[in-house]
Design a binder for this molecule. Sequence first.
Ligand code: BDR
Ligand code: CA
Length: 312
Amino acid sequence: KLPLLIDTDPGVDDALALLMAFDAPHHEVVALTIAAGNVGLTHTVANALKLCEVAEVDVPVFAGCDAPLLHSAPDASYVHGRDGFGDICYPPATREVEAEHATQAMIRLSHEHAGRLVVCMLGPLTNLAVALKLDPTLPQRVGRMVVMGGAVTGQGNTTPMAEFNIGFDPEAAHIVFEAFAAAGVPVEVADWEAVVRHGFLHTEVDRWLQADHPRARFYDAISRKTREWSAGLRGAHWHAADALAMALLVAPEGAVLRERRPLRVELIGTESRGATVVDWGRRSGRADNADILMTYDQTAFEALIRKALRAG
Ligand code: BDR
Ligand code: CA
């Protein structure tokens, strides 16, 4: 099995992606490195530990950076709840976070699994950016790199042009995309706009979550508030951003259409800070550094989600 490091800010959709990863037939999750993002680091760490307990997996959890590199940014507690897991007041997990810092764990694991390590970024890119500053050779040891983030034609979900994970820490995203471009390792991108094209009817999701299994019950509870919020805001469809990135990672054969293009992160624009600027017409002369998911097999995506939830 390929070693998989997941950097995440759980987060309701992160939780679904993690459940999918724990099931992956060809990958073994070797670490969860935890970012601040959807909510503060204390909560995202506690949520990761709790999810491992619910899923009965023994994966080490490493706490990372507690804020973006340069500028503070609003969190997404209005989506995920004040604690990031729907404010259900779950009893805390009995397992504990590792002593090693997430950025150090990233570097160590990149050496231990040189050339094979698969990296999946489901939150702001702060931890990886810091790891890259500590060890710029890191991308050379990464076998595959998947990011949930960006809005590839400028239709953001937090500002008009920025998607949350990039917009929360644009400098970190810039560092990551440039470092992997320099190393010639393409970044596989599942962006917000792809997520919007791969929604599920709320009525269907509600039905899946009636399954009588601890995973489905826990997920039903933590996602209830955000599903209600999303139904009010976005209508009939529910969107699981991080789960789409994880589907691309664990079952890449489900990707029906992908496009390779140059991608850079906008840092300065008054309206466009945090945008992912894709050179669709290839006018910049830059090398293609992003492998952008356009279409994923929706039936296969549904099957992965339902299996992760044990929702037959
Ligand atoms: C991303 O932002 C977060 O709120 C989600 O967990 C996901 O990673 C979607 O834009
Ligand atoms: Ca996330």
